[in-house]
Design a protein around this ligand. Structure first.
Ligand code: 13P
Length: 284
């Protein structure tokens, strides 16, 4: 069912849980995510990155995402993740996405502010929420790889929030996108200080591979949206690989597809339970 991004995040903040935000790259991943959320009665954020949308076909993905929201028995937020192209972000807004993320985090502060304000103005006119990033989360996000990692500066975060009027703020506090090459090193004090400095919900990207105990601690400090991509991609790929190795002459896409759905569902359930969003679908 449809709901409002910011409203859900503020409810989560009060309720001491985080809404899991999962990326999907194909229909099997989408189905696994929705089945997990429905089984655990959890609100969920269904995210599609720009490059995943270009892979699946922008119009296909719009229809698939909207249908998932409409048919689901739990609150589902359809979210455009890591938008770099403002024209595509506008298309997502026009086509019924509930929220969009602009990622201008690698650009200078003033340009990040200016571009975010532009997106906020357009999105809010259409009743759509906006997430933007301050500081820079590095690592491998889909086809993009960034070696720079820049912790969020708290003064910049406060100023950015004030100037842009965003609905959620993604921060860089020791996580990185993709498979970790070195151990994640969450900056809990920084998270705590930023959360306390503003009402705006705070988002953690690059959360695959981060020990659940650390994510739970971050939630206690007030993180309300946690992005998970890689862990579900790995679950999906491993399930398909295993099925094809076990069934050497197998060719039915529905069979290895089903194995992928089940594996993604299991991986999503693990996060839902850890983020304490289980049974919060009617928490309003
Ligand atoms: P991971 O792939 O590292 O989980 O990051 C996902 C993400 O932050 C999407 O915005």
């Amino acid at each position: 069912m449809k709901t409002n991004f910011k409203k859900e995040l503020l409810i989560a903040k009060k309720g001491g849980y985080a809404i899991p935000a999962f990326n999907f790259d194909n229909m099997e991943m989408l189905k696994g995510i929705i089945e997990a959320a429905e089984e655990k009665k959890s609100p969920v954020i269904l995210m599609v990155t720009e490059s995943a949308a270009l892979y699946m076909g922008v119009d296909y993905v719009f229809s698939l995402g909207r249908k998932a929201v409409e048919l689901s028995s739990v609150p589902v937020i359809l979210h455009w993740d890591h938008g770099f192209d403002i024209d595509l972000i506008k298309r997502a807004i026009d086509s019924g996405f509930d929220s969009v993320m602009l990622d201008s985090s690698a650009k200078p502060f003033a340009i990040n502010v200016e571009e975010t304000k532009k997106v906020v103005e357009y999105a809010h006119k259409h009743g759509v929420c906006v997430e933007s990033e301050i500081g820079h989360v590095g690592g491998k996000e889909d086809d993009r790889e960034s070696n720079s990692q820049q912790y969020t500066n708290i003064k910049d975060a406060i100023e950015f929030n004030k100037q842009t009027n965003v609905d959620a703020l993604a921060i860089a506090a020791g996580t990185a996108h993709g498979i970790y090459k070195t151990k994640p090193d969450l900056q809990f004090k920084l998270i705590e200080d930023i959360v306390e400095s503003m009402e705006t919900p705070i988002v953690l990207h690059g959360s695959s591979g981060v020990p659940l105990i650390d994510l739970k601690k971050a939630i206690k400090l007030g993180i309300t949206k946690i992005n998970i991509g890689t862990d579900l991609k790995v679950a999906n790929a491993n399930a398909v690989r295993e099925w094809l190795v076990t069934n050497k002459d197998g060719y039915d896409a529905r069979k290895f597809g089903k194995a992928a759905i089940d594996a993604v569902k299991l991986a999503a359930i693990e996060k839902i339970v850890a983020f304490n969003s289980q049974d919060k679908a009617n928490n309003r």
